[in-house]
Design a protein around this ligand. Structure first.
Ligand SMILES: [Zn+2]
Length: 269
């Protein structure tokens, strides 16, 4: 309860008190390919044979001017900071909707876990995500980010609560791609900021969040196909147990990090 003093406001409490997205096991979804083969192409017809187009986008990440982070914390975020390759997402693209659930009470632990709501990613992962977001924006949607870089100590905390490797990557084996700053938990929102219908809300620790859950609406199925197809096109892979989780296909190039999110706050004299 002491963490409540962090006043990490600005986020409407949602309606899901679910479970952690902490799985790290990469498992490309074979079922999705089956689904895709039976559905019309949902993107704009660009070449999507393979997710290598991102390689050309890495260097085009440019900083946003005059952006504002979604922070009500007492200390402001130092957008210019780059720590071990980690950068602040909204410094480069302020069109993402950022709802960092572990910085709020609205997560499976029921309390804020992050001490500030800085959404950080590896720079190259971010460039891929921006490319995907650009494509969604052309369709009238945007990416909402529920989680990005997650310090290794937080992974240990989650593992202490839920020791189920279907949903929690053990910090004592390989950790989570989130700990490398190369994984994101995301969904899509429309032009009014409303989340598109998906199989479940965030952090559901059960089979309803699995990619092979057939018991979902046609809208949820098609929205997830769109999300998945564009993310794969831009260099991300999926896991079977959490539809909202995407890993940078180059994740293993980056180390597990334990940089606290507060490291991105401005130093105050
Ligand atoms: Zn995740």
């Amino acid at each position: 309860m002491l963490l409540l003093i962090l006043t990490l406001g600005g986020y409407a409490l949602g309606h899901y008190i679910g479970k952690a997205c902490v799985n790290n096991n990469i498992g490309i979804n074979s079922n999705l390919n089956k689904v895709l083969s039976t559905n019309a192409t949902l993107n704009d017809g660009k070449d999507n044979n393979k997710s290598n187009s991102n390689k050309d986008t890495v260097t085009r990440v440019t900083k946003v001017k005059g952006k504002k982070e979604d922070s009500d914390s007492k200390k402001s975020i130092d957008y210019s900071k780059e720590i071990n390759g980690l950068v602040v997402v909204s410094n480069y693209d302020n069109s993402f909707v950022i709802d960092l659930r572990y910085a709020t009470e609205n997560n499976f632990t029921g309390k804020p876990v992050y001490k500030t709501n800085v959404c950080a990613l590896q720079k190259n992962t971010l460039s891929k995500l921006i490319a995907a977001n650009d494509e969604f924006k052309a369709l009238g949607y945007k990416i909402k980010i529920w989680d990005g870089y997650r310090p290794a100590d937080v992974q240990k905390y989650f593992w202490s609560i839920v020791k189920d490797r279907r949903y929690i990557a053990s910090p004592y084996v390989n950790g989570s791609r989130h700990n490398r700053g190369t994984a994101v938990d995301i969904t899509l929102v429309d032009s009014k900021g409303n989340e598109l219908e998906m199989p479940t809300g965030f952090d559901q620790f059960n089979t309803s969040a699995h990619r092979d859950n057939a018991n979902i609406s046609e809208a949820a199925k098609n929205n997830l196909i769109l999300l998945t197809e564009v993310m794969k096109k831009h260099g991300f892979t999926t896991i079977e147990t959490e539809w909202w989780h995407y890993d940078d296909e180059d994740s293993n190039k980056y180390p597990i990090l334990n940089i606290p999110l507060e490291a991105f706050l401005k130093e105050e004299n």
